[in-house]
Design a protein around this ligand. Structure first.
Ligand SMILES: C[S@@+](CC[C@H](N)C(=O)[O-])C[C@H]1O[C@@H](n2cnc3c(N)ncnc32)[C@H](O)[C@@H]1O
Length: 253
């Protein structure tokens, strides 16, 4: 078997520029490269384990129906599956990302889908959990509203939306589309969620690596199905009251 080239800091810089130019996920080779860089540099496996643990703690003994959007090469999917959460619908815009995912997990249902658009083929009250990881920066302004409205519609009452607000996505979003980027700060996302009846119930700040940008405010949100009326100050106070801090350690091999 051909030996894989070692990843270096130069690989990371190269990836950052291709992400900016929308070239990162459009071929199988690039999808495999992303899969390695996400593990080796971004410690995505630690975040994946945190997501699995969170879902297990929210649902204790049931096997919830999970909708994973922008699933990519399946790093999070793999962790869910390995933790016994196998009722998953994974989608992504990129066929090559899903190809890498399906190679690892042939039993998972996949769909090629743009999360900026509506999901006419998915019924109301379908899912127990919806999430995306590392894809806030790919939302358009209207797409972000569609994403939230579709989550409120397709989640059951009191079901959960998980939104990791990755600090690294803030500069990446600006680099991609300038000042006209989607909302990337937790507080601004929280305001959109509240309008749609989605209530933040916890917001741990996760440190998943030594680099400062490997930090995520992880919003755990419940679907109340009724708009939540707050002003700017009470929204901010609510968000701050839900924060705590956690360092995600390396997983045991
Ligand atoms: C940084 S990767 C994250 C992948 C995966 N969630 C993970 O954590 O490893 C971003 C993913 O978003 C997908 N993506 C970008 N724009 C999208 C869109 N409009 N609709 C759906 N997926 C999109 C890309 O194809 C890519 O797989």
């Amino acid at each position: 078997m051909k030996k894989e080239k070692k990843l270096t800091w130069f690989s990371l810089v190269k990836w950052t520029f291709s992400d900016r130019n929308d070239e990162t996920y459009n071929s199988e080779g690039k999808s495999r490269f992303y899969d390695r860089i996400a593990r080796d540099f971004f410690h995505r496996d630690r975040l994946a384990q945190f997501i699995s643990d969170t879902i297990i703690s929210l649902f204790s003994k049931q096997n919830p129906y999970i909708c994973e959007r922008a699933a990519g090469s399946g790093i999070i999917t793999e962790s869910l599956y390995g933790n016994g959460l196998d009722n998953i619908r994974s989608s992504d815009l990129s066929e090559s990302q899903l190809l890498v995912l399906q190679e690892k997990l042939p039993k998972i249902k996949v769909a090629v889908e743009n999360f900026n658009e509506l999901m006419p083929n998915v019924g109301d009250d379908s899912f127990d959990v919806i999430f995306q990881v590392g894809a806030t920066r790919f939302m358009t302004k209207q797409g972000q509203i569609n994403y939230i409205e579709e989550a409120a519609r397709t989640l059951k009452k009191n079901a959960y939306l998980l939104w990791p607000v990755m600090w690294a996505e803030i500069p990446l979003a600006w680099a991609r589309v300038g000042w006209n980027s989607p909302r990337t700060f937790s507080f601004r996302i929280a305001r959109l969620l509240e309008k749609n009846g989605l209530e933040i119930i916890k917001a741990p700040i996760l440190f998943h690596g030594r680099m400062f940008l490997l930090t995520t405010t992880f919003l755990i949100i419940q679907n109340k199905k009724q708009p939540i009326k707050r002003n700017i100050f009470s929204s901010l106070f609510h968000l701050v009251s839900k924060l705590d801090f956690k360092y995600l350690r390396a997983l045991k091999k």
